[in-house]
Design a protein around this ligand. Structure first.
Ligand code: GLU
Length: 323
């Protein structure tokens, strides 16, 4: 019998410079795949055309390569856009949308962000207001929705009433009900596909069997599982949502934390082994701060270490990095 090799992916968004938190998630995704003898795919998530830039794509690919990560499929820093760049794949996403529309699983939505916030009285968490379903069943066609609003409508996914559950390697069993998520956007008003539809279509098309990303995307997995089901696609079999790296002020690292970008650290002469060491320490893969190699980390990779809270970077950690 032919057992398919585990396949993981690194999926950077080239809307800014990669920071230490990105490096840490990509390192873990890579270690997971390689520690199982698996393949690694590099996919560039550049659907947000106005925000993504070729210079960030090149820098991200070069930074990850510098760190020592490699991949079996996907572009190198000097390669032109190709089939692993989402901006070249809009037709595939559109076809998936058309199938959902035909199956009655997508509907046009004319609500603005403000409409949604005003219509939602319940408190909402990190993800913003839960869409209350205002436009579900409201318009017979997209043209009718367009005629009634001054802008182009979005398309939303119509969740069924069924709860979704999956086992996460880090978070354990996850159970979520569509009520708590709300129908989500498949295609934006500005004509761009959403993250959810693009990532679902691509993970299926690229044969991804394991997805590792930050725990802030845990609920996105529920949306994606609903999409796999509605599209009749094979979902990845394994999921891992890892703790985050926080800045000293205890907020999530963002692209604007330029000082902690891989580019800035590289320019200051920090060695890749120190970045790997700090990432490994922050995940519990090493019990003290010391430089690390990919070979040793591949050998000790184990999800048992990752059952821990988010990690806050202190001045001492940064001083060690720059020492
Ligand atoms: N493109 C996302 C990022 O750069 C990752 C999304 C995913 O892994 O599904 O954080």
């Amino acid at each position: 019998m032919n057992i398919p090799r585990p396949t993981g992916r690194l999926a950077p968004t080239p809307s800014g410079l990669l920071h230490l938190g990105n490096a840490r998630s990509f390192l873990l995704a890579w270690l997971w795949a390689r520690s199982e003898g698996g393949r690694v795919i590099m996919r560039i998530e550049d659907i947000d055309l106005p925000r993504c830039r070729p210079i960030f794509r090149r820098q991200a690919l070069s930074d990850l390569h510098w760190l020592g990560l490699d991949w079996d499929a996907g572009p190198g820093p000097d390669d032109a856009l190709g089939p692993f760049d989402q901006s070249t794949r809009f037709e595939q996403y559109r076809r998936a949308l058309d199938r959902l529309v035909q199956a009655g699983r997508a509907y046009p939505c004319v609500c603005s962000r403000r409409d949604i916030e005003e219509a939602t009285r319940a408190p909402h968490g990190d993800e913003g207001a839960v869409y209350p379903g205002t436009c579900r069943g409201r318009f017979a066609t997209f043209a009718e929705a367009a005629a009634q609003s001054r802008s182009t409508p979005a398309w939303r996914f119509a969740f069924s009433d069924k709860a979704f559950s999956f086992r996460d390697e880090v978070q354990g069993p996850v159970l979520a009900h569509p009520h708590d998520l709300g129908d989500f956007v498949l295609w934006r008003k500005d004509g761009l596909p959403s993250y959810q539809i693009a990532v679902t279509v691509d993970d299926a098309a690229m044969g991804v069997s394991q997805v590792l990303r930050g725990r802030d995307l845990l609920l996105s997995t529920v949306r994606q599982l609903a999409l796999y089901e509605a599209l009749g696609l094979q979902a990845p079999a394994h999921w891992a949502h890892v703790p985050l790296l926080l800045s000293e002020e205890a907020r999530r690292l963002a692209k604007r934390d330029g000082g902690l970008s891989l580019k800035a650290l590289r320019e200051q002469g920090v060695a890749p082994a120190r970045i790997l060491g700090l990432c490994a320490f922050s995940c519990g893969l090493q019990s003290e701060l010391r430089p690390a190699t990919l070979t040793e980390l591949t050998q000790c990779f184990d999800f048992a270490f990752l059952h821990r809270p988010d990690f806050t970077l202190t001045r001492e950690h940064l001083a060690w990095l720059l020492a």
